[in-house]
Design a protein around this ligand. Structure first.
Ligand SMILES: CC(=O)SCCNC(=O)CCNC(=O)[C@H](O)C(C)(C)COP(=O)(O)OP(=O)(O)OC[C@H]1O[C@@H](n2cnc3c(N)ncnc32)[C@H](O)[C@@H]1OP(=O)(O)O
Length: 441
């Protein structure tokens, strides 16, 4: 999708409801550095970050201008130029099962100033985002969340989980393959040039993955801010296959551990690998690092293959596992037809949606090749069809193939109207590749 979303008008419903409370919902002109800078500082304050330096703000003004940037202003506030609430959004492809992607409405930077909380401002902004996405024909919305208690009421649900891993390198001897590629140290500047092409090879492999944006690289590589603020201990290693083609990279830092001169802790920042060989080459390199007692790898997939590539299964532990990407189906037909399925069949979905976007009774007909057609289906279900009643949150949780319908049925979150329907949904919906999103947004 082009950047048309930048010009879409402000949602009139939310503008009116906020106006009734003396507040103004408006778009920020991201070409106006002063206005955009003020919005960025309000966002930082909303997340309890310190005031950003002029250099950081200048970098963000340049790097985030492609996002639809919305604020809420209280013209009676002492600093009336500074918004009391922020949200930003953009349309970007997200990978769905079948190594393909659909446009999704990414929502980020949702903050309301502590002086203005719990009077419905976030609700007005979120509903405006969903209506705007709908008006632009974007079938899915998504976000990564600070708290798991906020977004369910708007029809979002966790669809991609993530895990923080810790590997005890003294116990974890590498038993996986030894690939014939080679590893090379490269500079962060080289990675900024070469990394996007590698990540692009990887993107369609995991449902849930999205395109990183240019400023993502600057942040991840410590290239924002002044020279003095840049990290000095960030290492970058690239894996090239036997033919010399770059197929993966890792960025990491090695930290001293107090009281243990030779025992360091290696913290993985990014590992991105396009082939199984690159995966084995990079993880072997990290796990076998000398003078390192443990490898800390945050925000990884919940079923990392490296757990099966070491001598002691208990040497790799998940120190935390939790929801990461939340999705919200806006257009049931477009969303469900965009992905591929693992088993053919007919499924009737009775979807309820308090906001109305996804409400309806639909027939999903999945062909032998995994493609699907969705029709409104008010009538009786075809013979042998699975039938379930569920909310849009539950359908959104199932969408990327990482959540079990049988579990949701056991939890009372979906209702089987024919016995065995949840298992039929799982046979079709579950992705053979566990969904994973490697970044926050
Ligand atoms: C995608 C992202 O950007 S995630 C980041 C979210 N932002 C943050 O965590 C920054 C700090 N927090 C904040 O800025 C604000 O407290 C926000 C944005 C979370 C909420 O803003 P508010 O304007 O106070 O929310 P609002 O009054 O519209 O509440 C909407 C609903 O969410 C509920 N709610 C709001 N905040 C929370 C919370 N932290 N936990 C649980 N429920 C919440 C309200 O009770 C309300 O429920 P209801 O409408 O069903 O009665």
């Amino acid at each position: 999708m082009s950047n048309d979303y930048l010009r879409a008008p402000i949602d009139p419903n939310s503008a009116q409801s906020l106006e009734a409370g003396g507040l103004r919902l408006d778009l920020v002109d991201t070409a106006d550095a002063e206005q955009f800078g003020s919005w960025l500082q309000a966002e930082a304050r909303g997340f309890h970050d310190g005031a950003a330096s002029d250099e950081t703000i200048a970098g963000q003004v340049a790097g985030l201008a492609y996002r639809r940037t919305t604020g809420v202003w209280d013209d009676t506030a002492a600093d009336a130029a500074s918004p009391v609430a922020t949200v930003s959004s953009w349309s970007t492809p997200v990978t769905v099962p079948g190594e393909r992607a659909i446009d999704a409405w990414a929502v980020s930077a949702v903050t309301v100033a502590p002086t203005h909380r719990r009077r419905g401002i976030a609700r007005a902004m979120l509903e405006a985002e969903l209506r705007t996405a709908r008006s632009l024909g974007v079938p899915l919305a998504m976000l990564t969340v600070s708290e798991a208690t906020i977004y369910g009421r708007f029809g979002f649900a966790p669809a991609v989980m993530a895990a923080d891993w810790k590997i005890d390198t003294r116990r974890a001897h590498w038993t996986g393959p030894t690939p014939d590629g080679r590893l090379n140290f490269i500079t962060v500047e080289q990675l900024k040039e070469q990394g996007p092409a590698i990540v692009e090879k990887v993107r369609l492999q995991s449902p849930g993955e999205i395109e990183p944006w240019p400023l993502f690289w600057d942040r991840a590589l410590g290239l924002t801010g002044s020279e003095a603020e840049r990290p000095k201990n960030l290492r970058v290693v690239r894996y090239d296959d036997a033919a010399g083609e770059p197929q993966g990279f890792a960025t990491y830092v090695v930290n001293e551990v107090a009281g243990d001169v030779f025992g360091h802790s290696l913290e993985v920042r990014i590992v991105s690998t396009a082939t199984d060989d690159a995966y084995a080459g990079i993880w072997r390199y990290l796990i076998e690092m000398d003078l390192v007692g443990d490898v800390i790898a945050p925000l990884r997939a919940v079923d990392e293959a490296f757990a099966w590539q070491i001598s002691d299964f208990r040497a790799a532990t998940k120190t935390r596992q939790r929801d990461h990407l939340w999705t919200r189906i806006i257009d049931v037909k477009a969303a469900l037809e965009a992905r591929r399925y693992s088993a053919h069949g007919s499924i009737v979905l009775e979807v309820s949606d308090a906001l109305g976007f996804a409400e309806g009774r639909f027939l999903l007909s999945i062909a032998d090749d995994g493609t699907a057609r969705v029709r409104d289906w008010p009538g009786a279900a075809p013979d042998n069809a699975a039938i379930v009643a569920l909310g849009v949150s539950e359908l959104s949780a199932l969408y990327l193939g990482g959540v079990s319908a049988a579990t949701l049925a056991r939890a009372g979150r979906i209702t089987e109207l024919h016995a065995g329907s949840a298992s039929a949904i799982d046979a079709s919906f579950r992705s053979p590749i566990t969904p994973w999103l490697s970044i926050w947004f």
